[in-house]
Design a protein around this ligand. Structure first.
Ligand code: NHR
Ligand code: GAR
Length: 222
């Protein structure tokens, strides 16, 4: 890799399994000149992920690594890691990536993997979060950017976007509003990493040299 390519900034890969609207938010912010990251690679485990099309349209290298082609989770993860290493990736951004990563992978990229989970963590790790928040009668819901560790959806939290649940909300309406909030907070948190303001150390997230005991919370009602 040339010195010039490195100078462009922190080389990031975005991993997607689906529509990739969060990926699109990163691309839009890059195109606006406000993303201190080099979006070097988009990787998907699904051939039909629309995120791959978005990446190609944006001139980003893409890679398909189909999990079904591998005998084990770790063999799949090793193939992903090989591709990330080939591209000199320094930050791995999970954006609607639906395969749980093995402890081996998480240790290999310790402190360099971010995920966004559609809930106000530690509430509702796992799947079906919008329905669960509604059924619990919660007043608020949202999404949380966190570092990925071996604990599923349990790594140190960085930034949460929060909105008020409305009387007439359905899982679908909540999902739509949560996604549009994600498009604001996820590139923002990743930008902090690119600027060297955000780091992972001693099992915690640190922002501007301060340990985050709780995530930064933004109230974003649209
Ligand atoms: N990997 C680790 N180690 N830790 C995390 O916190 C991770 C992770 C991989 C993905 C995203 C996560 C979410 O935000 C994420 C966090 C997939 C599943 C899941 O059950 C759960 C949580 C998340 C992503 N996946 C099934 C599996 O067997 C497959 C489901 C499918 O293929 O559709 O991997 O919600
Ligand atoms: C996002 O809402 C993200 O929080 C969620 O999937 C959506 C992906 O949308 N992630 C998970 O549920 C992870 N298990 P996108 O593909 O349009 O960015």
């Amino acid at each position: 890799m040339s010195r010039e390519a490195r100078a462009a900034g922190c080389r990031a890969a975005i991993l997607v399994s689906g529509s990739g609207t969060n990926l699109q938010a990163f691309i839009d912010r890059r195109d606006a000149g406000r993303l201190p990251l080099d979006l070097a690679l988009v990787l998907s485990n699904r051939a039909d992920a629309y995120g791959l099309t978005r990446a190609r349209d944006a001139g980003i290298s893409t890679n398909l690594i189909a999990h079904g082609d591998f005998a084990s989770r770790e063999a799949f993860d090793r193939a992903i890691a090989a591709r990330l290493d080939d591209s000199g990736i320094e930050l791995v951004i999970l954006a609607g990536f639906m395969r749980i990563l093995s402890p081996w992978f998480v240790r290999r990229y310790a402190g360099r993997i971010l995920n966004i989970h559609p809930a106000l963590l530690p509430k509702y790790p796992g799947l079906d979060t919008h329905r669960r928040a509604l059924e619990a009668g919660d007043a608020a819901h949202g999404s949380t950017v966190h570092f990925v560790t071996e604990v599923l959806d349990g790594g140190p939290r960085v930034l949460a976007g929060r909105l008020a649940i409305r009387e007439d909300d359905t899982p679908a309406s909540l999902m739509r509003r949560v996604q549009s909030l994600e498009h604001r907070i996820y590139p923002e948190a990743a930008a902090w990493f690119g600027e060297g303001r955000l780091a992972y150390s001693d099992g915690a997230a640190w922002l501007d040299g301060r340990r985050l005991e709780e995530p930064i919370v933004e109230d974003l009602d649209a």
